[in-house]
Design a binder for this molecule. Sequence first.
Ligand code: C2E
Ligand code: MG
Ligand code: MG
Length: 636
Amino acid sequence: MQLPNAFRYSDPLLALQARRLRQLIVLLIASLLVAALINATRVDWPVLLAFVGGQVALLLSLYWLHTGHLKRSLLSVLWTMTVVCTVVIWLRTGIRDIAVLAYPCILVLAAMTISPRPLFALGGVMLLSLGALAWAEIHGWFVPIDQGVGLWSFINRAMILVIIAVCARTVARDLQAAVARAEAESERAKDSAARLAFLVQHDALTGLPNRLLVQDRFGQAMARAKRDDEPLALMVIDLDDFRRVNDSLGHGVGDAVLQRMAERLRVLASDTDTLGRLGADEFVVVSHESVDADSLAVFAQRVLEGLAEPFDRDGLRIACGSSIGIAQFPRDGDSFEQLLNRAEAAMARAKAEGRNAFRFADPEVDLDVGEHLRLVSELRTGLQRGELELHYQPIVQLASGRVTGVEALMRWRHPERGLVPPSAFIPLAERSGLIHAVGAWALEEAVAQVRRWEARGLPPLLVSVNVSPVQLVHGELEQVVQRALQATAAPPQQLQLEITESSLMGDAEPLRARLERLRAMGVGLSIDDFGTGYSNLGYLQRFHVQSLKVDQSFVRGLGEAKQGEGIVRAIAQMASSLGIRTVAEGIEDEPTARRLQALGCDSGQGYYWSGALPSAAFMQWFVEHHANRMVRAAAP
Ligand code: C2E
Ligand code: MG
Ligand code: MG
């Protein structure tokens, strides 16, 4: 039966104690009732009175228990039983009375439930009582009443034994349950401690060791390598364009990409390698087997190919290349920081030199982290000091040879490093956020330049400006475009924004709305490096793209394989059916230009006509090219 006011004992342990005490009181009241009835038949009034008094005291204990006074109730039960037993002993057979058996039971119960002071008090009273009895009997002051053996004496003993057995059994069961609970609790504590230890040392997303653990394992591997005079290698793997995946497809897809890449790395790495995730899209492998340059190169190539393999998610085909930097002990350093710095610098070089490649650390050419930061700050001041330049590469209509536009390509005229190509500083600008200022400058300068040429007699040219995905997602592109057009009063149709395919992946509403606003302003949109990313035709229509630029790799591939031709032809046909112009990039000779025209490309761009030229040189080139065309046209 549930304790009616169990809410008073909201603590589970107290509630259990209260329940047990209540059961005990009920048992004792019942036992005293039986004992009282037996004594009533024998008309032993003093004993009967003791039993009835005991029952009244027990009822009072029950009341206290009921009103939430557990401790008071418990003490009252223990004292009641001690007093009842003592009185019965004194009234009957003295020190030999069976009721003496109840003393140890009371003491055990008291020892388990109350503090030492009342326990000693109880024990003291019992001892005193027994001592006094013995003393009195020895001196003949107390004469025990021998009531002989009868049914009642059996019932008395049986009751005491039953009470002791029930109490012992209940206490034992509660103890077992408590031990089982404690064990389960300890298991849970062990589990959560192990989980905590795992989380502290592992990356929650991929389950790979984090920087902390990698560093620790590296320390052990380094100690072994030094002791045994063996080499060690540290490889940093950074996903290419991961930021674009995250920005345009959302973090859910970004996470899935990271998990997939981690799984692939687990398969590729050997059991003795330490694999970990260092940061957003950066993984690391510490290897102390097969660490000669050839084996490392083979492994790095396998990783590049393994990670680049596309996979499907939510109906999208996602591919993400990677760039790898490799540093070796003892050649490149002997601490985690040194090797990591060198490997990261080599990885940055792999990215700058075209991505999807691996590079070995080379202290002669790599920038370390400090140098990296210095370069960003130099770029910032370089922008203010006018060290950035735009060079212009003509875009030529293949059928007529007419120059219809230019692509503005950025250069940095560094006071010491000379002319720095965009691949060496645009990724830096993107990562540092400087791309917004740099990109805005390029847009305004490019539009201003075509207007200056016009003022000097050149026909209006379409100017294509490269826009970084970072500007597209986070920047204030519309305002920048607006400013550039207003400052020069250029018609918006004269400006075309070149964005890479991956910028358009997914259908992020803000991006769609932004491109829609730009289109409404009259500005053209071109997809750069088409075919290298996700080649999703849906967005070509959705975003009202005007032209797409067939990537150089297909143009180069034309001479090498028939397959290249098929791809270019398919792109050109598809684009033309959608009313989109095609511009082939990287044309270096006449046969390629002719072939591309035959395959259906509208325009071309490449060294065959000219590389990117400074504005004055471009104007001169344009005039000469125009004159040559006239001569060729006039020739019989
Ligand atoms: P992109 O937009 O695909 O530019 C074409 C690249 O191919 C240019 O390299 C160009 O010089 C090069 N190229 C042109 N014709 C040929 C050829 O016949 N053969 C070969 N092998 N290459 C050719 P560049 O100028 O080094 O620019 C590299 C990339 O840097 C650009 O690729 C573009 O993605 C980025 N970039 C350049 N300027 C800017 C800019 O102002 N803003 C942003 N966000 N990115 C820029
Ligand atoms: Mg471009
Ligand atoms: Mg391109």
